[in-house]
Ligand binder design. Sequence first.
Ligand code: GLY
Length: 327
Amino acid sequence: MSRTNNRRRFIKKLSASSMIFGGALFSSCGSLKKATNKEYKKPLVISTWNNHEANQMAWDILNSGGAILDAIEKGIHIPENNPNDTSVGYGGRPDRDGFVTLDACMMDHLGNAGSVTFMSGFKNPISVARKVMEETPHVILSGIGAEEFAINQGFKRENLLTSDSEKALEEWKVKSKYAPVINSERHDTIGMIAIDRQGNLSGGCSTSGLAYKMRGRVGDSPIIGAGLFVDNDIGAATATGLGELVLKTLGTFLVVEFMRSGLTPQEACKRAVLRIADKYGGKDNQVGFIAIAKNGDYGGYSLQKGFQYIVHNSDKGVLFNSASFYS
Ligand code: GLY
């Protein structure tokens, strides 16, 4: 469907319950949901999907006084190390040529950021991304450069392609049809954002990207402002789903900017999803955003139903079914 048709459909859908006014969207209840001065419970950790174990690990570290970056890094290691998690780290599905290539990034409360893209052979790209942030003058290292850097930093090279992934690739090759699945395995990228007791925000994001992607493809997850963005004065956001849609709208930067303009994290995530729906339709794709505001408020929103996010602001995590644009 053409973009013009997409836009017509989008406006038609909105006109039933909303009006577009001066470029801003006003919901049927009459006004945008503005953030208040209320302070919410801290610390707080949120992850995309039902990454319960990862979120619990991060919460335990953060709540017991550990550093926020350690909490996020150790939390993200859980899906990265799990061979049964087919969209992150070890066991991640390969590209169409059989290579498992990983993307990850981290960003802290000082605005420091580090990222690795198109990196093969290391189970924990989130840790290499953290080293890029802490040990280099750069933000992104890619491909062979990222791998050489990882070796120099003491990371061990390993085979990430499991026999299960090899088998799945052979099955995929029968039709060789590239068609990203909505809510693939009900879990793709892990994006994790957190706020500590002092109100400082940080985040991390890690993925093997889309199964059977073209060799060299990099998604949104390692790109600051797309898969993850943190502005310690305002809030933090992270994304999951079809990276191309998030890249083309700089989705998490947009979420944080919507919070800067006074929207709650929930409303800001919704507005970023509406931007995608407006520009690209996205009817056959999934994108989900989660966000935390500086006051500890949080929220999430997705294009399609089925997106979930897990929240810890006490010892027991709570799993949310995200509200969505398409029902
Ligand atoms: N959101 C993960 C990717 O598109 O690579």
